[in-house]
Design a protein around this ligand. Structure first.
Ligand SMILES: *Cc1c(COP(=O)(O)O)cnc(C)c1O
Length: 399
């Protein structure tokens, strides 16, 4: 480890709370590649954890941010701004839900808004407030969203947790039915679970949950914070199923690297929040919104939904080849550019081996290696990456 990396990491460890444990200091990025402070290059198959869907430093996104920063960085929500208004309109159009958008700054905040909206609607519809969420889900780190997150390790030490949540097993409709009672107002899920292990919902489960929600007058909330904005090959992962949610949330990639969250509703829920019932100072920030408009334009102009399907399939085939080769690799799962490699062992050991070959990847749960490459990944770069994966697996398992 060279001096610059060492120096920054020492200061980091001394002064930044240890919620993360970085061993690399990134200085810049272009397309799929990032460089550390000592000039070492990595392929980022995390996309900054599902953020850089159009690649690092896309010239259109950079220009949109620069132009908007020069014109106005912020003006408060007491006044409308043009980029946020246009972005809301674009997101509603892409969703086909005929509703409206609430803007905020993160995934947790977007999910918090969805939970609040569901409760507000429920209070006027039978006095209901309970939200059923899935085990192995991930919805964020605020007190409400960490409670919504169906994983004990996220909740340890934070008691008392807010009331109003119940849990069911993902892809098990009977379990969801059993969790619903007279207090239930909504079911919240990820169409493709991210942190919990890259688990796509089955068609049958999504249709069953929608039918259950219709029957019991419950809202279906899809958390699209990770799977949204083209990651799975459709604008929103729920569009890969024959269902429509009542509400869905976005963050991570929506503004191409600028913090932004969004809650999108259908027509029925468009006016549940009224003046001063919910707010966020920076929500719909003009720089974030201008970046968001540029991201959508790039995805459309460069055919990145199609590319996510095509190159995602090539990556899946390559990973399947490794599963066939190594007993310690059990399966590949996921959709589009959101893929998980299930290992018999610790996923973090594979992630470490990949880093040693110059490829950044993630874990998802204890035993899944998660790949979230940028949607713009080309076939040449994929080939290079597959070589790195091959070398890393050889290091980890031997020939
Ligand atoms: C990352 C993530 C969140 C939380 O988003 P933050 O911006 O970190 O608050 C919520 N839901 C899902 C599915 C996520 O992947």
């Amino acid at each position: 480890m060279s001096n610059k990396t060492q120096e920054i990491l020492e200061l980091y460890r001394a002064k930044v709370m240890p919620t993360y444990a970085p061993s690399v200091v990134i200085a810049s990025g272009k397309g799929v590649a990032v460089r550390d402070v000592d000039g070492l290059q990595y392929y980022d198959f995390t996309s900054g954890i599902g953020v850089q869907n159009v690649g690092y430093s896309h010239p259109k996104v950079v220009k949109a941010i620069q132009d908007q920063a020069a014109a106005m960085t912020h003006c408060s929500n007491l006044y409308a701004n043009v980029p946020a208004t246009l972005l809301a309109s674009k997101l509603v159009e892409l969703s086909g839900l005929d509703g409206k958008v609430f803007f905020c700054n993160s995934g947790a905040e977007a999910n918090e808004a969805a939970i609040k909206l569901a409760r507000k609607w429920g209070s006027a519809n039978g006095g209901r407030y309970e939200v059923v969420t899935m085990r192995q889900s991930f919805h964020g780190r605020t007190l409400a969203t960490v409670t919504a997150t169906g994983q004990a390790w996220c909740q340890d030490g934070y008691d008392p947790l807010p009331v109003g949540f119940a849990y069911a097993d993902f892809n098990d409709l009977e379990s969801v039915k059993a969790a619903v009672n007279e207090r239930t107002v909504a079911v919240m899920l990820e169409a493709v679970q991210g942190e919990g292990g890259v688990n796509p919902a089955t068609e049958e489960f999504m249709r069953g949950v929608r039918a259950l929600c219709d029957e019991k007058n419950l809202l279906l909330i899809c958390d699209e914070v990770q799977a949204g904005m083209g990651r799975t090959g459709t604008w929103f992962a729920w569009q890969g199923y024959d269902v429509k949610p009542d509400l869905f949330t976005l963050a991570k990639s929506v503004a191409g690297g600028i913090p932004m969250g969004a809650l999108v509703s259908n027509a029925k829920l468009a006016d549940v929040f009224s003046a001063s019932t919910h707010a966020s100072t920076f929500g719909g920030n003009p720089i974030a919104a201008a970046a968001g408009l540029a991201v959508i334009a790039v995805i459309e102009e460069e055919g990145l939904l199609e590319n996510a399907v095509k190159v995602g399939e090539l990556l899946r085939e390559a990973l399947q080849g490794f599963v066939d080769k190594y007993d310690k690799l059990l399966a590949v799962r996921g959709k589009g550019m959101m893929l998980g490699l299930v290992v018999d062992g610790e996923a973090k050991d594979i992630v470490e081996a990949l880093k040693g070959q110059g490829l950044l990847a993630l874990t998802a749960g204890r035993n899944v290696v998660r790949f979230l490459p940028p949607l713009m990944l080309g076939e040449d770069d994929l080939e290079d990456a597959v070589d790195m994966i091959s070398d890393a697996l050889e290091c980890a398992f031997g020939e």
